[in-house]
Design a protein around this ligand. Structure first.
Ligand code: GSH
Length: 312
């Protein structure tokens, strides 16, 4: 098996979610560091437009969004499972809440002026300003949460998580599942990246103890790869066969059509290509890039907008 390649940067909470899933599944991986803000020409050579972090690459297959990346890693290495048979619907629903509502609340709380000053440290106020402008442009359907509202909501959510952890080590039982990884990463950002804001966690010691258990999972072993090598690998590889028999058409868009896919709440940058598969859970676009060659770019259905592409 070729090692999965993760395109990410160390401070990214969603990347921390995937790094821990790789650790949980003991999968060795290769690590490509990408910029925190646009432009990201090397990442876009692979994705064709998608700019969010992280992205997973297997040869010429490019997987966008951590919900899909978790499914792909589960397929690569089924044990230990992220989706225990009993309660897997609950695990996915809780993960979706955690990746959206909980995440946005934790970021609105953590990225206070004090938190931002710590995060950018010596990089200074200009870097912080560029980061703020970059992220504001990404928010198409997520209103900014004001600091007082974020603080109150965050404290409530932490109490709810603490309540779920009473009498068990992880959110839905004795073992972690996808919901634990999804709930963890926003809190990790508060605790580790903006530790000046971390006293909000002190009121829920059960959550802190669970965070220690999650951190102990670790990141498995990784080796650094540079972006040019990852792109060259895509160019030398052939995308995996797609499951066109499992076509589920919910849009009246036939396989073979030119389409675009973009995020429906954050990250409006579209990826365009030929729709080569649309299964119950995900879409696959084929596109050809001057540097990366022919690649398949995959997106989950949930959270993304599929449209027929405008005629050129
Ligand atoms: N739903 C996406 C969200 C990913 C996301 O918003 N990631 C943040 C970083 S943690 C991001 O992309 N920020 C902008 C960037 O890195 O360019 C996922 O699950 O992968």
């Amino acid at each position: 098996m070729t090692e999965p390649i993760l395109h990410h940067y160390p401070k990214s909470p969603f990347a921390e979610k995937v790094r821990l899933v790789l650790g949980y599944k003991k999968l060795a991986w290769q690590s490509v560091h990408i910029p925190m803000v646009m432009p990201k020409p090397d990442l876009l050579a692979l994705t064709g437009g998608y700019r969010k972090t992280p992205v997973l690459q297997l040869g010429a297959d490019i997987y966008c969004d951590t919900a899909l990346i978790c499914d792909v890693l589960e397929h690569l290495q089924p044990e230990p499972t992220l989706y225990p048979a009993r309660g897997k619907g609950m695990a996915r629903v809780l993960a979706q809440w955690a990746d959206t509502t909980l995440f946005w609340t934790s970021m609105a709380y953590s990225l206070s002026p004090k938190g931002v000053a710590q995060m950018f440290g010596t990089a200074g106020p200009d870097a912080a300003k560029a980061f703020g402008a970059d992220r504001a442009a990404m928010r198409v359907a997520t209103p900014r949460i004001r600091p007082g509202d974020a603080a109150g909501a965050y404290k409530s959510y932490l109490r709810r998580l603490a309540n779920m952890l009473e009498g068990q080590d992880f959110l839905l039982g004795a073992q972690p599942c996808v919901a634990d990884f999804a709930a963890y990463h926003g809190l990790w950002f508060t605790r580790v990246q903006t530790s000046v804001m971390a006293d909000v966690l002190d009121a829920t010691p059960g959550v802190l103890a669970w965070m220690d258990r999650m951190a102990a999972i670790g990141h498995a072993s990784s080796t650094r790869l540079d972006a040019d090598a990852a792109i060259a690998l895509a160019a030398q590889s052939t995308p995996l066969p797609v499951d066109d028999a499992a076509f589920q058409d919910d849009h009246g868009i036939a396989l073979g059509s030119r389409v675009s896919i973009s995020g429906n709440d954050v990250g409006p940058e579209p990826t365009e290509g030929e729709l080569v598969a649309a299964t119950r859970m995900h879409y696959t676009l084929r596109r050809t890039d001057a540097r990366a060659g022919t690649v398949h770019v995959h997106f989950p259905r949930i959270g993304y907008v599929l449209r027929a592409a405008e005629p050129a």
